[in-house]
Design a protein around this ligand. Structure first.
Ligand code: SAH
Ligand code: SF4
Ligand code: F3S
Length: 489
């Protein structure tokens, strides 16, 4: 999962095009009579996807949505805790809303998502402006909590569930291009990477009923969408059992006779919805991605040949301290399997953390040499930010000075820049199938879409429309974009 780029310690090649970056604001839907909800989202795609569920729940309660915070009666901030900066951004936003509340005292402000879960009712003390605090598994309770807040009571629900997947709620697509949509296939995370706050804010891993996932994909296709991205913190560990008495993944794995659906099987089920519906997925954990998944990708043309496979570090000792449960050799074996089964055209991207506790200069260089080996198409790169309550915070000293973290990060970024350009140059001269997502951000006369490997392709419009597939001959590139022309043949 990726989080947004409003956070300045995140540096990415493809931020603008590849990501829903920045703040996402709810679409306008105004019947003229109802109270208005404004929702702003931070963090990863799962959080954006959750905001669509929240909007669906609130609309059923009769709320209109607005993209103008100033006209709102209810403001929700769906928050992220992944790095300190992400939380600072939200706190700053809350001070922006303070003034608005002083002019309109009936305005309610709710904090949702990971920061709500991490700080719980402490958030009410720390940020006086907040009326409602709701964790990621408690969104069904929102209407009741808003009612309590209306009556003047501060309202909190941060209960984490072992079962909630919101499978029956049809998300209201926000800020969508009408072509690609996200489908959450699981929630939570059972890994315990020592740097990471997610297991504490999102709770235990649970997989959603595959029937409801396929139904959502079919519905999106009927509505004109042509691409779905299956979302989870660790999609390759997706496991669903029809035996509902089994609780949690551990029980499902142990059960012998249950009818189990794994990620490769789910991927196949979604790919079979229609050859016109592209399927993507994110995030893959190196310890869980199997050859079965890679062969399923190969079998279906409409499963995009792109894998986000975060490595975090290229050094085995650091990976152990990070509790990633794989080492450098294992990771290289997975990359080799991708190249063997899917070839050189499959896009691979990564996340990297510079300056994790005790990282030496030589160990940092192993991250650079791993990058040289893999040649990622792009990466999301961060310096380590210690998070309260994580294993690393408890066990290791955050001992790498900020200037060294930043210098190491800049070296990682420089190498990634070069690799992105090198990889993109390999596409020049090729004809690639592109799904058109809309008008190019740089010129009204151009369209933009993505190829199978998730690269942004820009080309002159020539009367083509968003949602169409076209074959584009790539003529030029930058590190972030491929530039071409629709191929007449
Ligand atoms: N589930 C995904 C990651 C989700 S968080 C996975 O396992 O790959 C997205 C990224 O944020 C992580 O991959 C990591 O690179 C980064 N990140 C997480 N915690 C961090 C921290 N404390 N400091 C810096 N970067 C962090
Ligand atoms: Fe965090 Fe690790 Fe889970 Fe990813 S797999 S969400 S990094 S604990
Ligand atoms: Fe996502 Fe941030 Fe939470 S990355 S899971 S919103 S901590």
């Amino acid at each position: 999962m990726k989080e947004i780029i409003s956070d300045i310690d995140i540096i990415s090649e493809k931020t603008e095009e590849q990501e829903n970056c920045g703040i996402k604001i709810s679409k306008e839907e105004n019947t003229g009579k109802k109270r208005k909800l404004y929702i702003e989202s931070y963090g990863c795609q799962m959080n954006f996807s959750d905001s669509e569920i929240v909007t669906s729940i609130m609309k059923k309660e009769g709320y209109d949505t607005t993209s103008d915070a100033k006209s709102a009666d209810l403001i929700f901030l769906n928050t992220c805790s992944i790095r300190e900066k992400a939380e600072q951004t939200v706190r700053k936003r809350l001070t922006d809303f303070n003034k608005q509340k002083s002019e309109k005292p009936e305005l309610l402000v709710g904090v949702l998502g990971c920061m709500a879960e991490r700080l719980k009712d402490k958030l009410l003390e720390e940020e006086k402006i907040v009326d409602i605090v709701v964790g990621p598994d408690a969104y069904r309770d929102l209407p009741k909590l808003v009612e309590s807040a209306d009556e003047g009571q501060k309202a909190v629900n941060v209960f984490l569930s072992r079962e909630e997947t919101y499978a029956d709620i049809s998300p209201i697509r926000l800020n969508s291009n009408g072509v690609s949509a996200f489908i959450s296939i699981m929630r939570g995370c059972d890994n315990m990477c020592s740097f990471c706050v997610v297991p504490f804010t999102r709770g235990r891993e649970r997989s959603r009923d595959p029937k409801s996932i396929v139904a959502e994909a079919k519905q999106l296709l009927e509505q004109g969408y042509r691409e779905v991205t299956l979302l989870g913190q660790n999609v390759d560990s997706y496991k669903w059992s029809s035996d509902t008495t089994l609780k949690g993944k551990a029980q499902i794995e142990k059960s012998e006779n249950a009818d189990i659906v794994n990620f490769a099987q789910l991927l196949e089920m979604v790919a079979q919805v229609s050859p016109d519906l592209r399927v993507r997925f994110s995030t893959s954990h190196p310890k869980d991605i199997t050859d079965e998944v890679l062969y399923t990708m190969k079998k279906y043309e409409n499963i995009c040949k792109y894998i986000h496979l975060p490595v975090q570090s290229g050094n085995s000792r650091i990976l152990k301290l990070m509790n990633r449960t794989y080492d450098r050799e294992w990771y290289i074996d997975r990359v080799d399997a991708i190249r063997r089964i899917l070839g050189d055209e499959c896009g691979i991207s990564s996340d990297m953390i510079a300056g994790f506790c005790t990282e030496t200069e030589e160990e940092h260089e192993e991250t650079l040499s791993l990058m040289d080996y893999v040649k990622y198409d792009f990466s999301y790169m961060f310096f380590y930010s210690e998070r309260p309550g994580t294993l690393a915070e408890k066990k290791y000293e955050d001992d790498i000075p900020l200037n060294i973290k930043k210098r190491r990060l800049s070296e990682i970024i420089a190498i990634q820049q070069a690799h992105s350009l090198e990889r993109n140059k390999l596409d020049v001269g090729k004809v690639q199938k592109v799904l058109i997502e809309g008008v190019s951000k740089r010129s009204e006369k151009d369209l933009q879409g993505r190829n199978s490997a998730n690269k942004v392709v820009v080309f002159p419009s020539q009367g083509f429309k968003k949602g169409q597939y076209v074959h584009v001959r790539i003529k030029d590139c930058t590190p972030a974009t491929l530039i071409g022309e629709v191929d007449a043949n």
